[in-house]
Design a protein around this ligand. Structure first.
Ligand SMILES: Nc1nc2c(c(=O)[nH]1)N[C@H]1C(S)=C(S)[C@@H](COP(=O)(O)OP(=O)(O)OC[C@H]3O[C@@H](n4cnc5c(=O)[nH]c(N)nc54)[C@H](O)[C@@H]3O)O[C@H]1N2
Ligand SMILES: Nc1nc2c(c(=O)[nH]1)N[C@H]1C(S)=C(S)[C@@H](COP(=O)(O)OP(=O)(O)OC[C@H]3O[C@@H](n4cnc5c(=O)[nH]c(N)nc54)[C@H](O)[C@@H]3O)O[C@H]1N2
Ligand code: SF4
Ligand SMILES: [Mo]
Length: 743
């Protein structure tokens, strides 16, 4: 007997609604949920393989604890005893900063990852916080922080209504979109074209997205900030700046004109390898479009001028009047957002409130660069204690961060390490305790993170599709127990953690004059919460306090968890709407177009005007059936074109004696790797491309399929020293490499 259950897909940022087929406790099929209010039936090959990802026999089924050097199966009680015994003495003896926390990408795809890491960080009080954000989107947070005073105020392109999309360094036909949650991104791009709109793609590779475009510009990697700065100059020179209704909310338009005046199309053309006339055309087309939007992703963030490029994306949207208007870039309003406070000056955004111990990298958004994790562990300085213990939650930095070999050794030398991870992989194999969460079918789901980045306001909740087997522990409970174990409250009830958060949040809300619950009794409010578990009660609280919430009875039609559960396909909350000036939290209360740290970084961009790489530079690539480092263990998602090969242009291949299919050696600052070449004119000359997340040949892991075709770890070519200085983000694209043909 089979049954079906709904589950929002957690395998990428598109958040499609799936209908799972379940036989017994096994997920045997997945199709798109046609009634889903947001995804309306869309599904991709990864979503269709949900059952295989969920049922991977290599997933760990219970905790592992290291005894006599070996990881062995243990009870949950033994595991948390070991965590408390491992972490507490280090905190007490050496201080909280000697315990590092590393948060990986899947934290934005789970309820546990949204609700507990902030509590864990607070409970430990450590400043040694690292995450996948600094190998990804930290430059966008920093540019938003500086422009709008809120690092999380990221405007998203209004895909369904725009007339013109300038898409830079993103390949949504493979990635399905990022910092822009849109189920069926490919279909939405086709619809844009069908309604007469235009799509321009800037990418050193002719990607599947580029093939769909009206215009593809194969820019030299790492030079987008120059190109975008020159587009700004064209807007000023040609009188095309028209901020429209935004004008009263802006500060620094004239200063911006002066600051960028020397970045002309002619001055950037050589470095970008883009014709000056084309740069002018790109600017004119954007200005002329009835509505238009610039959208940049990985290729604009993980580069040497990532923050400047991210800032310029928004600057172009602002100068053409496209920020905060339909068809442009808008700020979403998620159901679990905090109650919007009245518009007005805020606290602003600060960078560098502290720095890392070894290389003195400034913090950004409370985080230190993931690139600096290895040196924070393995380098002794006089300025304090090194990191002696690490807690990883859903992270595989040995493959995802620069110089995995060094990090691998550093992790092996730790006094103590805990991994909350379903796999024994390149990173978790070093842990003293591994705490495996159940597969996604056993976990409830709500997109706390991605609804704040979605192209349509909507809200959905999936309860667990399959009940937890005896002996398994929900990831939310694992995280709550972890908080208790590291904070000296080991053994307390995990619900206490949620109770504490609820008390604090409600206690604050009743004191806020703009809150719907102003002046009420927090205990009375807590008593109204529904939900079978602590995390469900927290979701109910957030929904009820949020912008669409019932305000605990103040707006009886408003959202509650109960109401949401009565709508299993979700509740549509309408298209994105203009919101300015409310989201602005700068000290001036305006969008500050030329923030100090940005202005101070412009001389470095000016130096790049003269730079021309004399050899090959490296860029990445994603494959539709991949997901960073952790889906190479699923047979249905590997093979075919999803392989770790070096894409190289035929001209470069001929010059270097590289034959299609033959092995080549790549050398970078961090080391050497070998991989087969694929000769293709899909990459521009002077560029080679390799995917990341490969290199599954280390001993002591338990990923039997991935091991069969391990691939090479592209991040071994990096030594971790190349960063975007403002954000601490790793430079993963536009990196110089040397190539030798092997046979
Ligand atoms: N199938 C699949 N989907 C995924 C993932 C995955 O691994 N596989 N990962 C998920 C994650 S974590 C993220 S963050 C998103 C990322 O989402 P995207 O940013 O859409 O992903 P990428 O495919 O890496 O696209 C980046 C593009 O930038 C180009 N590029 C490289 N350097 C430059 C440059 O200097 N300038 C310009 N203009 N372009 C450049 C690359 O050639 C590449 O095509 O994808 C998510 N979705
Ligand atoms: N060269 C290069 N390097 C890159 C990139 C690139 O484009 N080029 N992209 C970067 C980007 S955008 C990102 S986001 C990072 C990703 O970097 P990471 O987050 O470190 O890498 P992932 O491969 O996503 O690994 C996620 C880990 O989470 C585990 N996991 C999976 N599901 C769950 C779950 O439900 N709960 C828990 N607790 N764990 C789970 C997996 O087993 C795996 O160990 O990689 C970055 N690295
Ligand atoms: S596009 Fe993303 S969310 Fe949608 S089915 Fe595919 S992996 Fe899942
Ligand atoms: Mo990412």
């Amino acid at each position: 007997m089979s049954r079906t259950a709904l589950r929002i897909c957690p395998l990428c940022e598109a958040t499609c609604g799936l209908t799972l087929t379940i036989e017994g406790t096994r997920v045997t099929g997945a199709r798109g949920d046609r009634d889903d209010v947001f995804s309306a039936g869309f599904i991709c090959p990864k979503g269709a393989s949900f059952g295989a990802v969920d049922g991977d026999p290599d997933r760990l089924t219970g905790p592992l604890v290291r005894k006599d050097g070996e990881l062995r199966e243990a009870t949950w009680e033994e595991a948390f005893d070991a965590v408390a015994a491992g972490i507490r003495p280090l905190v007490e003896r050496y201080g909280p900063n000697t315990v590092g926390i590393v948060l990986g990408n899947p934290n934005v795809h789970t309820v546990a990852g949204a609700l507990y890491p902030p509590v864990l960080i607070g409970a430990l009080g450590t400043r040694s916080l690292f995450s996948a954000s600094t190998v990804d989107q930290m430059p966008k947070h920093v540019s938003s922080g500086l422009l709008y005073g809120d690092a999380n105020a990221i405007p998203v392109p209004d895909l369904d209504r725009t007339d013109h999309l300038l898409l830079i360094g993103a390949n949504p036909l493979e990635s399905n979109g990022s910092l822009c949650t849109a189920p069926d991104f490919p279909g939405r791009l086709k619809a844009l074209k069908a309604r007469g709109g235009t799509l321009t793609v800037i990418d050193p590779r002719r990607t599947r997205t580029a093939k769909l475009a009206d215009r593809h510009v194969a820019v030299r990697p790492g030079t987008d900030a120059l190109l975008l700065a020159a587009m700004v100059t064209v807007l000023f020179e040609e009188g095309l700046v028209d901020t429209g209704e935004l004008a009263p909310h802006l500060l620094g338009v004239e200063e911006l004109r002066g600051a960028l005046a020397d970045f002309t199309p002619e001055s950037v053309s050589g470095a970008c390898d883009v014709d000056a006339g084309l740069v002018r055309t790109l600017a004119r087309e954007l200005a002329a479009a009835p509505t238009g939007v610039v959208y940049g992703r990985i290729g604009t963030c993980t580069v040497a001028h990532g923050t400047l490029a991210s800032w310029l994306v928004d600057v172009l949207n602002i100068l053409t009047g496209n920020l905060d208007r339909p068809g442009g870039a808008l700020f979403p309003q998620a159901a679990t957002d905090r109650t919007p406070r009245p518009a007005g000056p805020g606290h602003g955004f600060q960078l560098g409130r502290w720095t890392s111990r070894v290389s003195h990298h400034p913090e950004a958004k409370g985080e230190l660069p993931l690139s600096a994790l290895a040196e924070e562990i393995d380098t002794v300085t006089e300025e304090g204690e090194p990191v002696r213990a690490v807690i990883t939650v859903a992270a595989n930095p040995v493959l995802s961060a620069p110089d995995g070999d060094r990090l691998d050794k550093a992790l092996a030398g730790l006094d103590f390490m805990v991994s909350v991870d379903p796999y024994l992989n390149e990173t978790s194999r070093h842990a003293h305790v591994v705490l495996p969460p159940p597969p996604p079918s056993r976990s409830p789901h709500h997109d706390f993170a991605f609804n704040t980045l979605a192209i349509r306001n909507q809200v959905r909740y999936s309860p667990a599709a399959v009940p937890l087997e005896p002996g398994r522990m929900a990831e939310t409970e694992i995280m709550a127990r972890l908080v208790l174990a590291v904070s000296g409250m080991h053994g307390a009830e995990p619900d206490a953690v949620d109770g504490m958060v609820i008390d604090q949040t409600l206690g604050k809300a009743v004191k806020e004059p703009h809150s719907p619950v102003h002046g009420r009794d927090p205990r009375e409010l807590a008593g109204q919460l529904t939900g079978a578990t602590g995390p469900e009660r927290r979701l109910d609280m957030m929904l009820r306090l949020g912008p669409y919430g019932d305000g605990f009875g103040v707006r009886p039609d408003g959202l509650t968890l109960e109401k949401l559960r009565a709508h299993p396909h979700g509740i549509d909350l309408g298209p994105l709407r203009p919101r300015l000036p409310q989201p602005l939290k700068t000290r001036s209360g305006k969008a500050e177009l030329l923030p100090g740290p940005i202005a101070d970084d412009l001389p470095r961009l000016r130096e790049a005007l003269r730079r021309r790489p004399d050899g090959l530079v490296l860029v990445g690539r994603r494959h539709l059936r991949s997901n960073n480092s952790w889906m190479h263990n699923v047979p249905a998602l590997t093979g075919g074109s999803n392989r770790c090969t070096v894409h190289i242009h035929p001209e470069d291949a001929a010059r270097l004696g590289v034959r299609d299919g033959a092995a080549v050696r790549l050398k970078g600052a961090g080391g050497e790797i070998t991989a087969p070449a694929e000769v293709t004119d899909a990459v521009r000359p002077g560029v080679v491309s390799l995917p990341h997340g490969w290199g599954h040949d280390r001993p002591g892991t338990r990923m039997n399929h991935a091991r069969k075709d391990p691939g090479a770890n592209v991040n071994q070519l990096l030594d971790g020293s190349l960063l975007d200085p403002l954000s601490g983000n790793a430079v993963l694209n536009g990196v110089p490499v040397q190539l030798t043909a092997l046979t």
